[in-house]
Design a protein around this ligand. Structure first.
Ligand code: NAD
Length: 282
């Protein structure tokens, strides 16, 4: 399928980033938010990031204006009716996503591909809320979407080759790196990274090292570009704990469970960079 028009549902951290990447690549985008105010705020943020690129000489002002001109925002989901692909990036809750996919199926063209950006839910379970699960796939972008090259393209149990290929084709046109995979808990990166980061946090207490020392050990001894404590602070301790809990629930492997130290930090509001304090102060 020749994808020209993309719908993005939810213009939060991920959805706004995905919408930005798509308009920069020349796609027409309709972004849906729950209120006009949130839609305008997201569009303003996207324009701001594109203007920064103009200041840095990475884009011309005309390119920025053309890209911004390809973005429309809406509150009514029906505005996504003529999209070739819809990417969902709403809150990480199965009920909310299933309800949304039911509505999208009713409103969108029968040949439109419906994708979810879920991190830890089952794409197959989301697809099961529709009567056309064959056109549902996962497109798992990484945060921040404009900077991170990877998109995991997730084949659910009943996804067709056509739906997967349409998603892979879009990822290529976005200039990103696609890794196709099957629908398993955590897909590829989180399946590896989440237990690994949990191990790192447990080592803090077991080896009695400071976050600074652990980060120094992993950057200097293992060649990591960023230490694990810096990375968890960047991801958000609440986001990491939530993803760990979701993986633990599905796989029942002790390493997937969030370490009590991280749960306590989350409960105390120490969420990392976004709250101003996590392992480090910002
Ligand atoms: N933040 C990350 O690091 C990251 C990375 C990859 C994937 N994801 C996934 O992307 C999705 C969005 O995450 P985010 O970090 O952008 O969240 P966010 O909180 O920044 O944005 C959530 C969006 O969902 C909308 N929303 C909330 N409840 C809704 C509902 N009931 N119906 C419709 N819209 C609703 C909000 O208006 C907002 O636009 C989640 O599934 C998350 O797991 C997040």
């Amino acid at each position: 399928m020749d994808v020209r028009r993309i719908g993005v549902v939810g213009l939060g951290a991920m959805g706004a980033g995905i919408a930005q990447v798509a308009i920069e690549a020349g796609f027409e985008v309709v972004g849906r938010e729950v209120s006009d105010e949130l839609g305008a705020k997201a569009a303003g943020r996207i324009r701001h990031f594109l203007s920064r690129k103009v200041e840095k000489g990475q884009r011309t002002a005309a390119e920025r204006d053309a890209a911004v001109g390809r973005l429309a925002t809406a509150t009514d989901l029906a505005e996504l009716a003529d999209c070739d692909l819809v990417i969902e990036a709403i809150v990480e809750e199965l009920d909310a996503k299933q309800e949304l996919f039911g509505e999208l199926e009713r409103l969108c063209r029968a040949d439109a591909v419906l994708a979810t950006n879920t991190s830890a839910l089952s794409v197959t379970e989301i697809a099961a809320a529709t009567s056309s699960p064959e056109r549902v796939v996962g497109m798992h972008f990484f945060n921040p979407a404009p900077l991170m090259p990877l998109v995991e393209v997730v084949r659910a149990e009943l996804s067709t080759d056509e739906a997967v290929e349409a998603a892979l084709g879009v990822v290529e046109r976005l200039g990103k790196v696609a890794v196709p995979c099957h629908d398993t808990p955590g897909f590829v990166v989180n399946r590896v990274l989440i237990p690994l980061l949990n191990d790192c946090v447990r080592v803090l207490d077991e080896a009695r090292v400071t976050p600074e020392s652990l980060d120094a050990a992993m950057t200097n001894g293992a060649g990591w570009p960023m230490g694990p404590c810096t990375l968890v602070d960047l991801v958000g301790i609440d986001v990491h704990v939530h993803a760990s809990e979701a993986l633990y629930e599905k796989l029942r492997e002790p390493r997937m469970a969030p370490p009590p130290r991280l749960v306590a930090m989350r409960n105390a509001g120490l969420l990392g960079r976004k709250s101003g304090r996590g392992f480090y102060a910002y």
